[in-house]
Design a protein around this ligand. Structure first.
Ligand SMILES: Cc1ncc(COP(=O)(O)O)c(C=O)c1O
Length: 392
């Protein structure tokens, strides 16, 4: 039969990166195309131990339905984590979500009517763009420089489009690895207040810092969380497969998001929430994170060093954390064409154009450094340098 799909499905093609994964699905390819944490960082034995423990102690509660707002110990754990990064929130401000992606979805559900404006960094996280598109808003890109979103451009768009919210990834941004500096964070909050805008601060990479000093979250400067909703995730510090994150919001917004979540999955898996809570409160995170940081630091250093052999005119970000480096090739170079040659040599990356809502930017690329060890990264960057040196 001819299926009469909803109009929201029009023009949605699914994740374009999946198509690239098909292209690179070859043995022995060195992939900088991924976006996931390294499986070597997954604390499998700890999770086994924690699962047994929480089932032994709370099994009858964990296997029952639970509150939409979240499992009480997890909410308390997240509130504690927020305090440590300067966000004044209690457990009552925490809504457990099924991965940070669900936080983005709930914000869209609560705020976006067809045609409403939402502001995003240009480029931004592809998954968030996909989620937003299902609500058919006008997605307005805000340009960035080396330090993230440009504040004059942001103000201009706040005035012109009156967006329902600003979606920002201020720390080790996906896809660029850029971090918004303290002064710009203050300014963004100031502008949000001045123009009555809400900021969705998506911060899943905060704890993956390998160099330099931390910058406070925007939400930490927003007493009472009047203009910010803060999104955290356990995906990059514990496991993405568990699907646990949290959105931290003032009571009115928290309630609206809870109502939206009730209609989606009732609540996030209690077993997963219990594991995440014990992972932090039992001291496992504090023991595991330094090892992950050390591993990723070596890998990032190898990737950054690899750029030395690239031809002149290639520029790239120098992130202090996260999972990604962003590069721009000179002139008209099309990284989709470079990818074809690179795959023949045995290395892959994601052409950057997919991360933009506007056309162009064919000369950009995202390189992930979490999936190979430092020596392999050095080799892969060497292959890529050869491809680029060959005049691609
Ligand atoms: C900026 C950003 N937000 C959210 C997510 C999704 O994370 P989660 O696994 O918590 O849904 C990702 C994952 O790559 C991301 O890069």
């Amino acid at each position: 039969m001819e299926k009469r799909y909803a109009s929201r499905m029009e023009g949605l093609s699914g994740n374009v990166i999946r198509d690239i994964f098909k292209l690179i699905d070859m043995p022995d390819i060195i992939s900088f195309a991924g976006g996931t944490p390294s499986p070597s960082t997954f604390p499998v034995d700890d999770v086994k131990r924690i699962s047994s423990h929480v089932l032994d102690t709370e099994g009858r509660r964990i296997l029952q339905y639970g509150a939409t707002e979240g499992y009480a110990p997890l909410r308390a754990t997240v509130a504690g984590m927020m305090k440590r990064i300067g966000i004044r929130a209690g457990a009552e401000n925490v809504l457990a979500v099924t991965g940070g992606m669900q936080g983005v979805d709930l914000m869209c559900k609560a705020f976006l009517d067809v045609g409403d404006a939402v502001l995003v960094e240009s480029p931004t996280f592809l998954g968030a763009l996909h989620t937003m598109k299902l609500y058919r808003p006008r997605i307005i890109p805000v340009p960035m420089d080396a330090e993230g979103m440009l504040m004059d451009a942001l103000e201009e768009r706040l005035v012109k489009f009156r967006p329902k919210f600003i979606y920002t990834i201020p720390t080790f941004q996906n896809p660029t690895g850029k971090t918004l500096g303290l002064e710009r964070r203050k300014r963004m909050l100031e502008l949000a207040r001045k123009h009555g805008a809400l900021i969705l601060e998506d911060d899943p990479y905060r704890d993956l810092r390998y160099f330099g000093e931390g910058v406070p979250p925007i939400a930490a400067m927003d007493e009472g969380l009047e203009n910010t909703a803060y999104l955290m995730s356990f995906s990059k510090i514990l496991s993405p497969g568990l699907r646990v994150g949290a959105i931290i919001a003032e009571p009115g917004l928290h309630r609206k998001l809870t109502i939206c979540k009730q209609g989606v999955d009732v609540h996030t898996s209690l077993l997963a929430q219990a594991i995440a809570s014990e992972f932090v409160d039992g001291g496992y995170l504090a023991r595991n994170l330094p090892q992950s940081i050390e591993t990723y630091r070596d890998q990032l250093s190898a990737m950054l060093k690899g750029f030395d052999a690239f031809p002149a005119g290639v520029s790239h970000t120098k992130p202090e954390g996260g999972l990604f480096v962003w590069a721009e090739l000179p002139g008209e170079t099309d990284t989709a064409e470079v990818l074809k040659e690179a795959v023949k040599k045995g290395v892959a990356f994601i052409p950057g154009a997919s991360f933009f809502t506007e056309p162009g930017h064919a000369n950009t690329m995202r390189l992930n450094f979490s999936m190979s060890d430092a020596a392999t990264i050095t080799r892969g960057m060497g292959f890529l340098a050869e491809v680029l040196q060959s005049g691609m």
